[in-house]
Structures are given as C-alpha cells and as structure tokens.
Design a protein around this ligand. Structure first.
Ligand code: PMP
Ligand code: GLU
Length: 382
C-alpha cells in the first residue's frame, strides 16, 4: 500500500528547479557546465537591503507577524502600486506570502473547488498547471498566436461554466514576450464579459527593455475588481532566497487568502518582510544597473546566436525560447547537455515540445561560452 496521496503521486517535480540542481551537481563533479536553466538573477541582493535585514534581527524583530504581513510593508506596496502601476489599493487588500509562488498557490487554494477550470495560456511557467491541479482544479490550456501570445479566439472556445480564472503573465516566462495595451484590453474584455477572475502574474514587470509594463488591473475599475495582481521582490531586487511575494486584490479575496495563510504558514519571515519593505520603499535605484546588464546580455544573444535558431523576440524577463528546426525539446536539451555541456530546460515542461528555454541570468563569460557551444551544435546538426 502506498502511503502517498493521489495528489502527491500525480505531481511532477518542478523542471526548472530539478534541472538546475542536476546542472549544479554536474558542475560540482568537475564538468565545465554552462547552466542556463534556472530563472534567478545571478546578482547578489544589494548590500543596503542586507544591512537593513541585519539591523532588523539586532532590533529583535523576530516574532510572528500579522497573517497579511506587516502593515508598513503593505503600505509600501500600496504606494508602489499607485505610483508605478496606477493602481489604488488599501493595505487590507494586500497579502504578503513566501514568494510569488506561494501567493499563486494561496489564490488557487482560495478560489478552486474540485473540477473548477483555470485557463493557462501556452507556453506557461512550469508551476501553473501543477498548482492548479494540487488545489483540485483542472488546467485548461489555451493556444498561442504567431507572436507567442494568447490566441483570444481560442480562449473564447475554452471558457465553460466551470471556468474560474485565466492566468496572464507579462513579461512572460518562458518566452520573454511582453503584451501591448490593446492586447491586454482584449483579454480584459473576455474576463469581464465572462465574469471570471484574471490572475495577473507581474513578477518580471521591472525586467523589461523595449516597452512599459501595463498591469491589466489598471485598465478600468471593472477589470481591477476581477483581477488578482501577483508580484514580489525575487526577480526585481535579486532576492529569490528571501521568499517574499504578494497579491493585491479585492478585500474579500485578500481576506480568504489571509485566512488560509494564517492556518498554514502563519505569515512569511518577519526579517524578510522588513527587507522587502526597504527594497520596495527605496525602489528603482537599487536595481537599475541590473536591468541594464540584462539588456546587454539579451542584445548579445540576439546578435550572436546562429540565425538558424528561431525564437519569439524577447522584450522582458531573462529568458529566450529557442527552436532548432523543430527538434524535439527533450532530445535537444539532453544532447546540448551531454555533447556541449550546456544545460537548458525542455519546452515540453512549458507546454511546447519543439522549443527549449534558456535563462540569461548568468554572467557574460558564461553566455559567450554558451553561444560558442550552441552555434557549434547548430553547425554540426542543422
Ligand atoms: N511567476 C513566474 C512567472 C516565475 O517565473 C516565478 C519564478 N520562480 C514566480 C512566479 C515565483 O517567484 P517567487 O516565488 O520567487 O517570488
Ligand atoms: N521561476 C524560475 C524559473 O522558471 C525559478 C524556478 C522556479 O521557481 O520554477 O526558472
């Protein structure tokens, strides 16, 4: 007899995290692996944030906090949302959790009954379908158009009486594409006319090169009421290990999310919350160099990767989604790792099996090596 639940048995490990672990193990065994798997900034958390956290510990701010997170952090998030995204929220409409991943999980736990459907646009970040399934929901995949964005005609055919929500992720993981205002308006119209929720994952909003980020919730009061904005400090401030993410939503949703959090993790770490407060309060000046560096790397890859490799044009995040003459993604990723020591993530884990994802959140030296090796592979095989 298995002691494990069907839920646990059905779950696949996170491909991004497990491939990152594998690449690190191979590197530790002495192989010269270039690791383009995981999406986390290679920069260190800015010193000022660390110092603020150390001071927080020394001041003895080491106890449980309110379920929704400390008030000063929620107030700072409200100020940020108003100033940068044109969104007016009250602190009671914000819930801070252990990373945006946990925020998303809390939302699905809060809104899904068994059999409820969530529309997930393909290609998707690996964890969306797993989270929806873990919370008893059914992921329903929606096709992409020639720009790798949501095919709005397809969404319309996928909405049923069971549809609870649609996920929107811009800038996108795994493609790096960024939605235009008119495209977001079209998605908002669909959400409003079908009275479903939009879970708007905006964790890469600051890592954007050619455009402005637009939060779908900022388009009108009507869509704001149907949107749960998800964001965090992991990517923007190079704080992945601190585990702070948040949601902004109508009070009734925030209250249920806080109730679930109160019975599970209580709240995120008090120290990380203070560090996130400092980061959000200080804002842009802490990460401008990092964004400029990501842009330099993106431009380097576009200029130097073999022209035989096709990809949607990346305008944000730190990913590129590459197609090598339609070679199957598992095979391609395996061959690049074994033959060229370049670690990537197969597109199959993002719902598209003839693409692979590379993350350029790694230094220029590694990227130069990666380009050399990938182009060599292309020369030998395409
Ligand atoms: N959403 C997307 C699209 C992501 O790529 C990530 C990266 N892990 C997250 C959410 C979660 O980030 P975190 O939990 O570190 O805040
Ligand atoms: N979001 C990042 C990625 O896609 C981090 C790993 C994860 O949480 O999946 O690589």
């Amino acid at each position: 007899m298995s002691f494990f639940s069907e839920r646990a048995n059905l779950l696949k490990p996170s491909a991004t995290l497990s491939l990152n672990r594998k690449a690190k193990e191979m590197r530790a065994s002495g192989l010269d692996i270039v690791n383009l798997t995981v999406g986390e900034p290679d920069f260190d958390t800015p010193d000022e944030i660390k110092e603020f956290a150390i001071k927080t510990i020394k001041d003895g701010f080491t106890k449980y906090t309110e379920e929704k997170g400390i008030k000063e952090l929620r107030e700072a998030i409200c100020e940020k949302l108003e100033k940068e995204n044109g969104l007016k929220y009250e602190p009671e409409e914000i819930v801070v959790s252990n990373g945006a991943k946990h925020s998303l999980f809390n939302i699905f736990l809060s809104i899904l009954n068994p059999g409820d459907e969530v529309i997930i646009p393909v290609p998707y970040w690996v964890s969306y379908p797993a989270m929806v399934s873990l919370c008893g929901g059914i992921p329903v995949f929606c096709k992409f158009n020639d720009k790798f964005k949501i095919d709005t005609n397809d969404i319309k055919t996928k909405i049923t009486k069971k549809t609870k929500a649609l996920i929107l992720n811009t800038p996108s993981n795994p493609t790096g594409i960024v939605y235009e205002k008119k495209e977001i308006e079209e998605i908002a119209d669909i959400v409003i006319s079908n009275k479903i929720l939009c879970v708007s994952d905006e964790v890469y909003e600051k890592i954007i090169f050619d455009k402005e980020h637009i939060s779908i919730a900022s388009l009108s009061e009507e869509i704001k009421n149907l949107t749960v904005v998800v964001n965090g400090v992991s990517k923007t401030f190079a704080m992945t290990g601190w585990r702070i993410g948040y949601i902004a939503s109508k009070r009734e949703i925030a209250d249920v999310v806080a109730k679930i959090q109160g019975q599970s993790t209580s709240a995120p770490s008090s120290i990380s919350q203070k560090a996130a407060y400092f980061a959000i309060k200080e804002g842009d000046r802490l990460f401008e160099n990092m964004i400029a560096e990501f842009k330099k790397r993106r431009d380097f890859l576009i200029k130097n990767l073999s022209s035989k490799i096709k990809y949607p044009y990346p305008e944000g995040a730190f990913y590129m989604f590459l197609n090598f003459n339609d070679i199957n993604s598992n095979l391609l990723s395996k061959r690049l790792l074994e033959e060229k020591l370049v670690a990537t993530v197969p597109g199959e884990d993002f719902g598209v099996d003839n693409y692979i994802r590379i993350s350029y959140a790694t230094n220029m030296e590694n990227l130069k090596k990666a380009v050399e090796r990938i182009n060599e592979f292309v020369k030998e095989n395409l």
